[in-house]
Design a binder for this molecule. Structure first.
Ligand code: GUN
Length: 290
């Protein structure tokens, strides 16, 4: 038996369509055109592709997009000043600093990201948004894990009462995923590089999320028959060959549903960013009226 393939393209199209309607509504009801600023420092080729994608998707949906390209030699203070300027700009509702930052300022990443106004933090990385996610308040939530939840809902896969296992404890995926799944009443276990008997734990999962960045690490024997497998990994193993954290060819024979790489969760991330820009506009309108 072969698993149902959860196509990122199909779900991303649905999410973008819904974001587009919300953008139109914001324009009609409030005369506001959402604006996103994406800051890219240096010339990392993968980052350039991601940023171009974000810009293109904004244009498709009627969101104003400003790409701020800064040179490799940009200092921390120059970048902070740019963020301050965008924080004060009324036409910009979302700010995203593309990661990774160049080596020279990488060690300041936390200070730089924390400078973004939490109401404009469409990556959901600011401690204020992280805290709200943990306590269950409305917040801007990191796009990739939020996209995984949206996909499960659109695919009609139940979360409530299910055993979920996440492999990977990153701030961008693993940790927010824990809180999102827990808020939806799953019983969640987070595994990582120090977990003993990992396969025993993953075989308990009705929903298995692989997000540790190791090519084809999750093999078929680690999956409970019929489980939903979400592969968040993107690993380049040859110049033109991307694979996920799951050994897809074999896992597809055991899982009930599975996301491919490429063509899976990656496409949801950009779609959810658009949703987050819309959410940011709404938060800012509420703040203005309170
Ligand atoms: N680089 C890779 N993934 C991400 C992300 O989710 N946000 C930002 N800002 N940069 C990234």
């Amino acid at each position: 038996m072969s698993a149902k393939i959860l196509s990122g393209k199909e779900f991303a199209a649905q999410i973008k369509e819904s974001a587009k309607l919300e953008v139109e509504e914001l324009k009609n009801k409030f005369n506001v055109t959402p604006g996103l600023a994406v800051i890219i420092v240096g010339e990392n080729p993968a980052s350039q592709v991601y940023v171009r994608n974000k810009h293109k998707t904004c244009e498709e949906l009627g969101i104003n997009s400003e790409v701020v390209a800064m040179s490799e030699s940009t200092t921390k203070d120059e970048l902070l000043a740019k963020i301050d300027e965008l924080n004060a700009d009324k036409n910009i509702h979302g700010i995203l600093v593309q990661l990774p930052l160049p080596d020279a300022i990488k060690s300041h990443s936390e200070e730089i990201l924390n400078r973004i106004d939490p109401l404009k933090d469409v990556d959901g990385f600011h401690p204020m948004n992280v805290g709200k996610l943990v306590t269950g308040s409305p917040a801007l939530v990191p796009c990739t894990p939020a996209g995984c939840i949206e996909m499960l809902d659109l695919a009609g896969i139940e979360i409530d009462g299910k055993r979920a296992v996440i492999i990977g404890r990153s701030n961008i995926v693993g940790k927010p995923m824990l809180h999102l799944l827990m808020a939806r009443h799953a019983t969640v276990t987070v595994c990582h590089s120090h977990t003993k008997n990992l396969a025993e734990v993953t075989r308990e999962a009705d929903i298995l999320v692989a997000a540790m960045g190791k090519p084809k690490f999750v093999t078929a024997d680690m999956i409970k028959p019929g489980a939903t497998v979400i592969d968040v990994g993107i690993n380049r193993i040859a110049p033109k060959k991307l694979v996920g954290d799951v050994d897809f060819e074999n896992a597809v024979e055991v899982a009930g549903a599975i996301t491919p790489v490429p063509g899976g969760v990656g496409l949801l991330t950009v779609a959810m960013l658009m949703k987050n820009v819309v959410k940011a506009v709404k938060f800012q309108l509420e703040e203005k009226n309170s």
